[in-house]
Each structure stands twice: as structure tokens, then as C-alpha cells.
Ligand binder design. Structure first.
Ligand SMILES: NC(=O)c1ccc[n+]([C@@H]2O[C@H](COP(=O)([O-])OP(=O)(O)OC[C@H]3O[C@@H](n4cnc5c(N)ncnc54)[C@H](OP(=O)(O)O)[C@@H]3O)[C@@H](O)[C@H]2O)c1
Length: 236
């Protein structure tokens, strides 16, 4: 779709006075997503739901921050009230917190948030999952990602969009040596391995652009190549 057509969709959407929430806005994808949301200015209110306050570079009065304890999300149910769209870029790694806590964050926190939002009228949910997500996988990471996809689908959002990026190409603030090595590799080989990695900006653009698009499908899965194409469209 041409850039001009997106401008028209943005204008129409803006008039609807919608609001959204973002989970994981302090992370690498979440930071870029928040910038994209502020720049395209399609929501009247953006609520960041996280475990800590963050500083925001952009000059905006549309962003509200809600600090929650993800272990007691029921106590914070009210923060999920009144949002039309939810974006989730939340996640951790097994290496950082161990297998149990990884599943708790990437599955339980994400699913509970989606449940609370759905029960309070949220109609559209965008989940950053992963390439290869599969609830039947023997690999914990892919299994957890696949399971949370399936469990959120069962909640029956009007639209549920699943993004399955490969390795995210970003200059990560936090030191993760294995990811750094993988990124250098995929940066060098992305022209010949287009399904394996994607610039992080493309994920953010895909999430916001897909908010505007209409679809007959309740659940849509966007694989790495499709996400990358959204990024290229924006770069034109
Ligand atoms: N990195 C990749 O190459 C890659 C590839 C494919 C898919 N993915 C998936 O994409 C998603 C986003 O990845 P990313 O690299 O952008 O993430 P990230 O930079 O690691 O950010 C993760 C976010 O989750 C929050 N979080 C982590 N542990 C938490 C906890 N215990 N309680 C509450 N919040 C917690 C972080 O908050 P704090 O800032 O407070 O820690 C941060 O906002 C993840 O689900 C990841 O699995 C990543």
C-alpha cells in the first residue's frame, strides 16, 4: 500500500479518538514502537503498562504511565480499562531468569494482561512473538511463544495480530554476547537470508500499520518477510 493511502487511513483512525496500551515499552522493540505511535499520532491516549516508569524523549501529553506488579495483575485490572488496542513487546530470556520465570513472563504475564484487557472491551491485540513459535515444539522458547499465541487467540479478540520476527537487528543497550554475535552474522547475510532477521523498526511499523488495515480474518500471523516488507515501505 502506498504511503499516501496510509496517511488517509491514519486521518480516519485519528478521528475515532481511540486509545491503546503498550506492554514492554521500556524494551528495545517497545521503545521504537512508542516512537512510531507518537510520530504517527493515531491515538488520543497511549498508556504504558510496565514494572517501572521510563523517561520519554518525545514532547507529548498523550502518554500515561501505569506501574504495576505483574505478579498481582488482578490488583491492577483498572489500568486495562478503556483501551481499544493493546500492543505487547514484553519478554525476557531463559538465560537471564531461568526457565520457570521465562515462561511466567512470556506466557503468564502476557496472557493475563490480554485477558484483563479483553474483559474490559479491548478489541484488537498485537503480540510480538517469534519466528518458529509452536506450542508443540520441543524447545522451551518456541513452545512458550506458541502456547501464548494459542491461548490469546482463544480469548476471541475481534482482531489478533501475531508478529513472528527472526533475529531483531538493533544495537541493543543491554549486553547479550550471543545475540550480538548472531546480529552481526544476520546483518551481513540478511540479503540472502531474508526470513531470518529483521530491523527492529520494521516490527514497529508493521504493528502500527496493521492497526489501520481492515481484515476479515480474526487472527493474522505476520512472518519475518512480511514484517520486513512493512519496514521497507516506510523507508521509501
Ligand atoms: N531479541 C530478538 O532478537 C527477538 C527475536 C524474536 C522475537 N523476540 C521477542 O520480541 C519481544 C520483545 O523483544 P525485545 O528484544 O524488544 O525485548 P527487551 O528489549 O528485552 O524488552 C523486554 C520488555 O519486557 C519487560 N520485562 C522483562 N521482564 C519483565 C518482568 N519480569 N516483569 C515485567 N516486565 C518485564 C522489560 O521491562 P524492563 O525494561 O523493566 O526490564 C521490557 O520492557 C520478546 O517477547 C522477545 O521474546 C525477540
Amino acid at each position: 500500500m502506498a504511503e499516501a493511502d496510509f496517511r488517509t487511513l491514519e486521518e480516519d483512525f485519528r478521528k475515532q479518538n481511540r486509545s491503546c496500551f503498550v506492554l514492554g515499552a521500556s524494551g528495545e522493540t517497545g521503545t521504537v514502537l512508542l516512537k512510531e505511535l507518537i510520530q504517527r499520532n493515531i491515538f488520543s491516549r497511549i498508556t504504558l503498562i510496565g514494572r517501572r516508569q521510563i523517561s520519554i524523549e518525545e514532547d507529548t501529553d498523550k502518554v500515561v504511565q501505569e506501574v504495576v506488579d505483574f505478579e498481582k495483575l488482578d490488583d491492577h485490572a483498572a489500568v486495562f480499562q478503556g483501551h481499544d488496542v493493546g500492543y505487547c513487546c514484553l519478554g525476557t530470556t531463559r538465560a537471564k531468569v531461568g526457565p520457570e520465570m521465562f515462561a511466567r513472563v512470556d506466557h503468564d504475564y502476557v496472557l493475563k494482561s490480554a485477558e484483563l484487557a479483553r474483559a474490559r472491551g479491548c478489541s484488537q491485540f498485537h503480540l510480538e512473538s517469534s519466528r518458529g513459535a509452536d506450542k508443540n515444539s520441543n524447545f522451551l522458547y518456541l513452545k512458550v511463544k506458541g502456547q501464548v499465541e494459542a491461548d490469546i487467540e482463544a480469548l476471541g479478540f475481534d482482531r489478533f495480530l501475531i508478529y513472528r520476527p527472526g533475529v531483531l537487528l538493533v544495537d541493543r543497550q543491554e549486553s547479550r554476547p550471543m545475540e550480538f554475535v548472531a546480529r552481526q552474522f544476520f546483518r551481513a547475510f540478511s540479503p540472502v537470508l531474508p526470513s531470518m532477521s529483521v530491523p527492529i523498526q520494521a516490527v514497529a511499523v508493521a504493528m502500527v500499520s496493521n492497526t489501520l488495515l481492515k481484515s476479515d480474518q480474526k487472527t493474522e500471523i505476520l512472518e519475518n518477510k512480511v514484517i520486513a516488507a512493512f519496514g521497507k515501505q516506510k523507508a521509501k
